[in-house]
Design a protein around this ligand. Structure first.
Ligand SMILES: [Fe+2]
Length: 437
């Protein structure tokens, strides 16, 4: 059996090898290294340990936790740590009765890692509020771990497929902008509006995932602007073209989670769910240029993913709770329709890029029409737009807004059996646009 010292030495070697090879890759990528995530790198370099000063060690837990991938019977708690640790979630029906424990993973381990801890709570009751806290214990090989550290107590509610109505909020294209994130969070978590059942964070959360994996938590788990995602509502994600771009983009999935709607409980960046009368399908539109585009350095394989989603769509639209949903909507980052659909020259300088995903639409349109999708709700184009349904496209297209505070919008959705209302609010909380289907 491998002893703990050997284990830790091995883990360090593995990490170093990984870092060395990426440094090489980034070097080869040239301009990629210069443009990606410099802010995140600067923040990391400011921490006392990295300056070489004899300062106090960083706290065991890094920032606040988040609730991802809420479903009717499950949800994932994720939090990040600054060194090797293990963790679990204590939860229950009230703040003073956290008598349940979520821990062991699918392979029989208590979640442990040097950076990210995730616990999928399973077997929950639908439409039910749970109180919880995450508990973290340093993982040392010396038998002298300090006492575990508990987070504050939070609560979230599982989705309620049988409810008469549902409310949600949408953020999109936040691009790691501090002021926008802070104001979106304040509007979402404060004020007089009825609470939302979920937050759809509809892509382009980051600018580019090209620094290293250490930047990911400060973007996706505890975003800039002091945003505490765990205060709710629980977070559903779509990936935008910026989220899938950069040499570390394939590590984002280690830090977030998606609902388990696939065979065998697999979690993928495309999924479907029911929340009250809303049947929702969430699609991944991938990049905004063809996979072969040289700016991707061979890392993009989204065309096969779009084709796979087409095959999945044909089946998922027949699932009874989705097929019979009174209101059917799609969330995806890149719109499926746009006001100007002229072809782009992807290989010009500067390169053209997709304002709408023709690749996605060509693959998915027939199933979406058959299903009866009423509206596609997207981001990407950085402005509020409503393109009504017509004879060629029996689904409307709505897009959210941009990353700058003056252009950012909080989208509130309210769905009853009669229909869906979408309203856009500016960062002062004023309703500036609305549409109903
Ligand atoms: Fe964007």
């Amino acid at each position: 059996m491998t002893g703990r010292p050997a284990f830790f030495a091995y883990m360090k070697t593995k990490t170093n090898i990984k870092r060395r090879s990426f440094v090489k890759l980034i070097g080869a990528a040239g301009t990629l290294a210069a443009s990606g995530g410099a802010g995140a790198l600067a923040r990391a370099a400011e921490t006392p340990g990295e300056k070489g000063l004899a300062a106090a060690p960083r706290p065991l837990v890094d920032g606040t936790p988040a609730v991802f991938a809420p479903a009717a019977h499950s949800a994932t708690i994720a939090w990040t740590v600054n060194r090797a640790a293990l963790g679990w979630v204590e939860y229950g029906a009230s703040a003073d009765r956290l008598d349940l424990k979520g821990g062991g993973d699918a392979d029989g381990f208590t979640p442990h890692d040097e950076r990210i801890l995730k616990v999928r709570l399973q077997g929950l009751a639908a439409g039910t509020r749970y109180w919880w806290r995450c508990v973290t214990r340093e993982l040392t090989d010396k038998g002298d771990a300090p006492p575990p550290v508990a987070s504050r107590i939070y609560s979230f509610s599982t989705l309620a497929p049988a409810a008469a109505e549902t409310r949600f909020v949408m953020w999109n294209d936040t691009h790691d902008r501090e002021e926008t994130l802070a104001r979106l969070a304040a509007l979402t978590q404060g004020g007089d509006a009825p609470p939302a059942d979920f937050l759809m964070w509809n892509g382009d959360i980051v600018r580019r995932n090209n620094t290293d994996a250490s930047m990911i938590p400060g973007v996706y788990v505890h975003p800039r602007g002091g945003v505490d995602l765990a205060k709710g509502p629980p977070v559903l994600l779509t990936r935008g073209n910026h989220d899938v771009r950069g040499l570390w983009a394939n590590k984002v999935g280690d830090f977030v989670d998606f609902p388990d709607t696939h065979e065998g409980g697999a979690r993928r960046p495309f999924y479907a769910f029911r929340s009250g009368p809303l049947g929702a399908i969430v699609l991944d539109t991938g990049e905004d240029k063809p996979d072969r585009h040289p700016s991707f350095y061979g890392t993009a394989a989204f065309e096969p993913l779009i084709a796979e989603q087409a095959r999945w769509l044909e089946k998922i639209i027949e699932r009874p709770d989705l097929k019979n949903a009174p209101v059917k909507a799609v969330f995806c980052h890149i719109p499926l329709r746009w006001v100007d659909e002229k072809p782009q020259d992807y290989f010009a300088k500067p390169a053209g890029f997709d304002r709408f995903s023709r690749r996605g639409r060509d693959a998915w349109h027939a199933s979406l029409v058959k299903w009866g999708a009423r509206v596609i709700i997207s981001g990407h184009v950085h402005r509020w737009t409503h393109i009504p349904a017509d004879s060629a496209f029996p689904y409307a297209q709505v897009t959210g807004s941009g990353p700058e505070p003056e252009r950012a919008r909080l989208i509130r959705g309210h769905v009853t059996k009669a229909g869906i209302k979408l309203a856009a609010f500016d960062m002062d909380g004023r309703e500036v646009a609305a549409v109903a289907f």
